[in-house]
Structures are given as structure tokens and as C-alpha cells.
Write a protein that binds this ligand. Structure first.
Ligand SMILES: NC(N)=O
Length: 691
């Protein structure tokens, strides 16, 4: 019997083949965009922010795609395997609430810095160079840690299923992504994200229906209940009510929940990828996009892990089920093992494709995020403040390829290869020192958590104190590391290594100290020495010369013909290009409407936070309830229904809202087919709708 369920060729085929397929797809999309729409991929605004014109469904799909990491599928299943049903809940809820709460930051971004390219530009303009550099450290550290987790999770699974060389996997995974991001920029990345998300939901639903409906090994929630009950009796989980897998009363599940909430605050609030989607979004619908994206994403880890993570427990002892070591669990392998045990080679292949799509789309989000930071916060801020549009675009492309070498004079191919080296090296270093994806996942809040509250205050609160926020971030960082190491040493007789430092309490202490000290110092100093910031300078960042509201123009215009003239003038000043004109944009940036949107974001996200983190899980935790068959059936049914709603939101809804753009492109293609050259988009002098 071979050591792996799939041949090595399958690993290379998926990693290289699908990577190149999506690169070709991206080139095709970009060509279509350039020919049949008003948006030119040659503009730097279009490359980094899709001309700030994207509608909420596609943004929501992009959020889901960027937020679906290897860990979303693998670590969620690993915690289901370790803690039972509480693991998927804490993973899903504990990483959804940040996206929901980010809707508030997105509303403030549109209100206080509507034309910024990066969140660091806002920090720099408000607080100057020191703050800019300190927070850039946290921003880039976030991108590096997230990218490393993606590479680690992806390569571990590909190696486990196919035997593909881990070093090759680490380097080849980012290669295809780098090519397609360079070719397309933000809009094509969002369209590629959409395709990935569609396939992702199809594969997840296939696994769900296999486990809970068709499989002869499980096949129903009732059988799953029976198998989990038997597993609980055979190997009770310490800290769970009655040692059961089918209870929310799990002490370690709850600890993981707290760590998860903290770490994910850091990786949303200080990752340019999420700011970038807010920047790319139309102002009027940014909040809606984040609320939809967050709610849609919840179903992915929750339902997937409630399916394959629990299946990995239920199938223990099955001849087709691999025996998992603690290292395998930490590497996130229970889901792949269960998929292979249930569906053989087909299951393994499906999980390989699923994982690869998740890893590539999240990596593409990280790439374009880093590219924007290097372009606008390093190159334009410190190297060439008078950079031309052409220079900015060139650096943006180069930065995608090589994080640390944006001015390479080598060919694009060698830049791509160098980028693969940088990203792959980060993954490899962690791999060789024995740091798994699971370890890194619980560690991320220790070093990133301290900047969460200071960054949120900088963007949303006029009273936020500059030195309090900078000091809080640094003090929290130090406190997090110290608390983590001291707890490790205390609990492990002075032994500090990768294994001892990865324990639940060790990571919990580091996470709590980091976010707590950062929050307390930043908030208290701002209350004692409040700033009085008026946001004028951040509102002026990159502001186009003639961004005047259509309403204002209408008031000024004396006649219909004069009004038309005004529209044409404002249109010329639009940063968003011809399909989302300046007057429309200025109307959507109306402060009254944006303040309303902020209030709506606050009420809904805080309300959903209370439901997801307090009202649902805590009563179940304190009641010590162990699910009956009917209880588990209901729990699974909620997951399946939620998954369908999510698929409708991020797969069907974007198609519906883009129907005019799809029609426009289809007409253009048909015109070209019947009269060669006649289908190319020609600018319409009047306002039109955005894709
Ligand atoms: N994106 C996460 N935390 O899965």
C-alpha cells in the first residue's frame, strides 16, 4: 500500500496546474475588462483599489475568499477533533465577529479618509513618521504571519495527501498567485475570488451531504451522534461535560475561543487586505458588504468542521482512517484524513482542490495588500513622494512579486520567482523549526494583539492620543511576549520550547496580556490627555480636485443644460473613472449618510457579537448540556441552512447586482463576433452604473 492516498503527480498537478489555469483565467478577465468596460487595468487606482466602485455582493465574496485561510478549513476541523462540537462554534463565531465589527471601521474610513489607499496612510497623516513606522511593523508582521500560515497549512496537506516535497510545495504554491495578481490587480483578484468562493461552497456542500446523508459509514446526524457517543466513552475529553464530544461545555474549547477572538482581531484590523476591500467598495454599501461577508463566512468553518472534523473522530478505528498523532492534529490534518476515509481518492482530491483554492485566494489578498503598503507607504512616502502614475503602477507590480525588492530591474519572471522565494522561505523556516500552522494560529495574537485597539482608536476617535496609542502597542507587545514566556516556564518546570510554549494556558496568557495592555494604555491615555483631531488632513489624502456632490451641483445649476455641463466637469475629476462618476461618488460620501451607516454598523455588529459570543454559546457552556440526537440534528441543520444562505449571498447575489455589467460585456462580445472591432467599450458622456 502506498504511503499516500494520491500520487505525487496529483500534488504537482493541482499546485502547478490550477495555479497556471487561474493565471490564464485572470489574463482573460483582464483583457475582457480592458476591452468591454470603462475600467482600465493600466490605472494605478484600478490596480490597487478597483476604482473604489465595487458593489457589495462582490466585496462580500472577496471578504469571504480573503478570510478563508488554510486554517479556516484545517484548524477548525482540528479543534472539532480535539474539543468536539464547541471547536467549530468557537472557530466560526470567534473569527466572524471581527469582520462584522470591521464594518464600523469601514464606515469611518469612508467618512474620515475616503480617498486613502492604505490604513497606514491615515496613521501617517494623523500622527506622523514614528507612528507610521511603528504601525507598519505591525501591518507587515500580520501579512507575513498570515502568509506563512497559508503556506504551512497548504504544504502540510499537499505533502500528507500526495507525498509532494514540502519544499517544492512551499515555493510553488505562491507562484501562480503572484502571476495572476500582477496581471490583474484588485478587480480581477475580486473576480477570481468569486470563482474560488463558488467552487469552495460546492465542495463543502458535497462533503456535508456525503457525511450527513449518503455515506454508508456515517450518513445521518443520528449515526454521527451514535459514533461520537462511542468515541466519548472510549476516550473522554478532559474538561468537557461527561468527557463528551457533543457538548458546548468544553473548558479547552472555551480557552481556544478566547485566543481565537484575540488573534483574529489582530489579523483583521491590521491587515491591509480588509482595508483594501473597504477602499475598493462603493461608499454607500461598504457596511452592507462587511456585514454580509462576515455572516456568510461563518458557515465555512462552522459547517465544514462540524462535518469533517467530527467525522474524523467518528471514523476512528475505521480501516480507511489514518491514525492521527498530536503533530498531525496540530498540522491540521484531521479534515483531510476524514475526507480520504469517506470518499477515498475522490475525497482526497476534493480536499486538495478545496485547500488549494482557499490558500491561493487568501494569498492573493495578502499579496495585493503588501503591494499597496510597499507602493504607497514605503515608495511614495519615503522614496519618491512625487511619483508619477506610471511609476506607482510599476512599483505596485514589482512589489507583488518581491515584497522586499520593489525596484528590481530584472524581468517580471525573475521577480515572480523571487517573490516565491520570500514567501516560501517564511513557510519553510517555520516548518523546519517545528512550528505548525496550529501553533502559529494561536500565537498570532501574542505579537499582533497589542496594536488592535490603538489602530481602531486612530481611525475612529478624534480624542485618541498619539503617544498613548504608540506606547500601548509597544508595551502590549512586550507584555504579551513576557506573559507567554513566563507562563510557559512556570507551567513546564522551566522548559521553554516549541511544544511547551504552544499549550492552551501559555498562549492564552500571551494573547490576553498583549491585547489587554495595548487597549488599557491607549484608552486611558486618550481619556486623560485627549487629542482634538478634526480629520481635515486625513480627508484630504489623495482627494481629487473636483469631487463635488451632484446635489450641490444641482443647487448651483440654473438650467438643465448648465447642470449637464457640471456633471461632465465633475466626472472628469473622478478618481473612480467613467462608470462611477464623481458626482455619484461625492453623493455617497455625504457625511450624514455615512454617520448613519456607522451607527447601523455599530448596532448590528455589536448585536451580532453579543448573540454569537455570549447568548448562544455561554448558556450552553454553563448548562453542561450534552446534545441528544435531536439536538445534534438541529445543530447540523442550522449549519446546512446557514451554508445555503451564505452561498446565495456570495455566489448568486453578486451575479444579480452585476447583471447590467454582464449584459454590457456580453453585448460587446457579440458585436465583436459579428463585426470585428465594433464591440470595444466607448465612454458614454452621461453617468452609467458600475460593475
Ligand atoms: N480567517 C480565519 N481566521 O480563519
Amino acid at each position: 500500500m502506498p504511503d499516500t492516498i494520491l500520487p505525487q503527480g496529483a500534488g504537482y498537478g493541482v499546485v502547478v496546474g490550477i495555479g497556471l489555469f487561474f493565471s490564464a483565467f485572470m489574463i482573460f478577465l483582464t483583457a475582457i475588462q480592458a476591452r468591454y468596460t470603462a475600467f482600465s487595468p493600466k490605472s494605478s487606482e484600478e490596480f490597487t483599489s478597483a476604482s473604489r466602485s465595487v458593489k457589495p455582493g462582490l466585496i462580500a465574496s472577496g471578504i469571504v475568499s480573503a478570510w478563508t485561510w488554510a486554517a479556516t478549513l484545517l484548524q477548525s476541523s482540528a479543534v472539532a477533533y480535539k474539543f468536539g462540537i464547541s471547536g467549530p462554534w468557537w472557530y466560526g463565531a470567534g473569527a466572524t465577529v471581527q469582520i462584522l465589527l470591521f464594518a464600523m471601521l469601514a464606515a469611518k474610513l469612508k467618512l474620515n479618509a475616503p480617498y486613502a489607499h492604505t490604513w497606514l496612510e491615515i496613521v501617517g497623516v494623523r500622527w506622523g513618521k514614528t507612528a507610521h513606522l511603528v504601525f507598519m511593523f505591525f501591518g507587515l508582521a500580520t501579512n507575513i504571519i498570515v502568509s506563512s500560515m497559508l503556506i504551512l497549512g497548504g504544504s502540510a496537506t499537499v505533502t500528507d495527501l500526495t507525498g509532494m516535497n514540502t519544499i517544492a510545495a512551499c515555493f510553488l504554491i505562491p507562484l501562480g498567485v503572484a502571476i495572476y495578481v500582477v496581471v490583474g490587480g484588485m478587480r480581477s483578484t475580486l473576480l477570481c475570488d468569486y470563482t474560488h468562493t463558488t467552487v469552495l461552497f460546492a465542495i463543502i456542500l458535497t462533503f456535508v451531504f456525503t457525511v450527513y446523508s449518503t455515506s454508508n459509514k456515517i450518513g445521518s446526524p443520528a449515526k454521527m451522534h451514535e459514533l461520537l457517543t462511542a468515541a466519548s466513552a472510549a476516550t473522554p475529553i478532559p474538561g468537557n461535560a461527561h468527557g463528551s464530544y457533543i457538548t458546548m461545555r468544553s473548558k479547552n474549547g472555551l480557552i481556544f475561543g478566547v485566543i481565537n477572538i484575540i488573534g483574529n482581531f489582530a489579523t483583521v484590523f491590521q491587515d491591509q487586505a480588509y482595508w483594501q476591500r473597504a477602499i475598493a467598495s462603493r461608499p454607500a454599501s461598504t457596511v452592507k458588504a462587511y456585514l454580509l461577508g462576515g455572516l456568510a463566512w461563518f458557515a465555512i468553518p462552522f459547517t465544514f468542521a462540524t462535518t469533517l472534523g467530527l467525522a474524523a473522530v467518528a471514523l476512528r478505528g475505521d480501516p480507511a482512517m489514518k491514525v492521527l498523532t498530536p503533530a498531525d492534529v496540530s498540522a491540521g490534518l484531521p479534515a483531510a484524513a476524514a475526507a480520504a476515509a469517506l470518499l477515498g481518492k475522490a475525497g482526497a482530491a476534493a480536499i486538495l482542490v478545496l485547500l488549494f483554492l482557499a490558500v491561493t485566494s487568501a494569498t492573493s489578498a495578502e499579496l495585493i495588500a503588501v503591494s499597496s503598503i510597499l507602493t504607497y507607504d514605503v515608495y511614495k512616502t519615503y522614496i519618491n513622494p512625487n511619483a508619477t502614475e506610471e511609476q506607482i503602477l510599476k512599483v505596485g507590480h514589482a512589489a507583488v512579486c518581491v515584497w522586499c525588492k520593489p525596484f528590481s530591474s530584472s524581468t517580471e519572471f525573475s521577480q515572480v520567482a523571487l517573490y516565491a522565494v520570500v514567501c516560501g522561505l517564511a513557510g519553510l523556516i517555520f516548518f523546519y523549526i517545528g512550528v505548525s500552522m496550529g501553533w502559529l494560529y494561536t500565537f498570532m495574537g501574542v505579537i499582533l494583539g497589542s496594536a488592535v485597539v490603538p489602530i481602531a482608536l486612530c481611525i475612529t476617535w478624534s480624542k485618541a492620543n498619539k503617544w498613548g496609542c504608540i506606547g500601548g502597542s509597544i508595551a502590549g507587545f512586550v507584555a504579551g511576549i513576557v506573559a507567554w514566556l513566563v507562563t510557559t516556564s512556570t507551567l513546564n518546570n522551566g522548559v521553554i520550547n516549541v511544544v511547551t510554549s504552544g499549550g492552551d494556558y501559555e498562549m492564552l496568557a500571551g494573547n490576553l496580556a498583549s491585547i489587554g495592555v495595548g487597549a488599557i494604555v491607549a484608552t486611558l491615555s486618550s481619556l486623560i490627555w485627549p487629542d482634538k483631531y478634526d480629520w481635515e488632513s486625513t480627508r484630504a489624502i489623495n482627494k481629487p480636485a473636483q469631487a463635488t456632490s451632484k446635489r450641490t451641483e444641482e443647487l448651483k445649476a440654473d438650467s438643465d443644460s448648465e447642470k449637464k455641463e457640471h456633471e461632465v466637469v465633475t466626472k472628469a475629476g473622478s478618481i473612480a473613472g467613467e462608470s462611477f462618476d464623481a458626482a455619484e461618488e461625492a453623493d455617497e460620501l455625504d457625511p450624514v449618510a455615512l454617520n448613519k451607516a456607522f451607527k447601523f454598523a455599530t448596532y448590528s455588529s455589536v448585536g451580532l457579537f453579543i448573540v454569537l459570543i455570549i447568548l448562544v454559546p455561554l448558556p450552553l457552556f454553563f448548562s453542561h448540556y450534552v446534545y441528544t440526537t435531536a439536538g445534534l440534528t438541529g445543530w447540523v441543520a442550522v449549519g446546512i441552512a446557514w451554508t445555503f444562505c451564505s452561498a446565495i449571498t456570495v455566489v448568486i447575489y453578486p451575479l444579480y447586482e452585476s447583471r447590467h455589467a454582464i449584459l454590457l460585456i456580453t453585448k460587446g462580445i457579440f458585436k465583436d463576433l459579428f463585426a470585428r472591432g465594433s464591440g470595444k467599450y466607448v465612454a458614454d458622456p452621461g453617468p452609467t452604473s458600475a460593475a
